[in-house]
Design a protein. Sequence first.
Length: 376
Amino acid sequence: MGWSLKLGIVAGTAVRVHVTFALLLAWIWYMHYAIGGVEAAWQGVLFILAVFACVVLHEFGHALAARRYGIATPDITLLPIGGLARLERMPEEPRQEFVIAVAGPLVNVAIAILIIAVLGGSGALEDMTQIEDPRTDFLVRLAGVNIFLVLFNLIPAFPMDGGRILRAALATRLSWSRATQIAATIGQGMAFLFGFIGLLYNPILIFIAIFVYLAAAAEAQNAQIRDMSSSLLVGDAMVTDFATLPLSARIADAVEALLATSQHEFPVVDSNGRLEGLVMRDDIIRTLRESGAETSVTNAMRTDIPTIHHRRCLNDGLRMMQESGAPAVAVLDGAGRLVGLVTHENIGEMMMVRSAVPPGFAFGRGRRKADIRNRT
């Protein structure tokens, strides 16, 4: 996720914090300062660090549950509304998503029970609701926060766990795409509610509403892409009209290609048309600045680009892009020669075309089959 800072790596998962998390810290500092002065303000900062630790454990609950189904978690990002664990792929069954989604809140339930046990059950329920009051015992407040995290994350709205639990429940009777669409619509409705309440009571809720709305929209779009890609081949969606660079090319040649085309990615191929790497626009500019125009393009290209046969399902290509973090997937023919590229940009264009076509119209593989039937 953009605008995030990497804190470290734990068990193969990078832990990041979004820069907007600073807004939450600033709000906590101000609220405690208004109640008890500078000392209380810094105590509030220490408290939010403890909350931060609980949120990290919450997200690792998701990560461990996902690992049970062979799904890795490349990174966890901490946001003002909580954490976001990015899975390398979506669970294949509704039951798997349910288990992964519910694992996070269960971690907070365990933390709250542990704190209450340490307190000997002495923390009154009404004291746990005074999360913002620095005069309340530290552990009592922390137990209250974990209870709040459970309740908040069970709200049926993306990106909260409740939204995913709702989708998993709907997906037992509906298609994945339809279940996601319903859950996303509910999430966007909740976002408007958060925003309205935020205007009246707490501006922080406005930021939460924005995150919820955008996350719900992103989930709906991802579900549409997944639904579309399952019915198409890679060859139906790939870009076939693109410029390539030979292994002997210099950065100056890449700059000329960059200015002469609308491409952002340029395959580097050998004399037989086989892929050797992919050079990106940003890498071209960076190498030009640091090493000069006469530098070989091989010094700027990426060699970890996944490859796929053009007769494979498009969904397999998208999964490769997601798991590798690559900007594109190279499409090969039976002889291993480069014949196309699948990029995020052309997938987005296919989504726009799909949303605009009239009923009964087919494109890609379906259109070619229809043309053959009409000609015969």
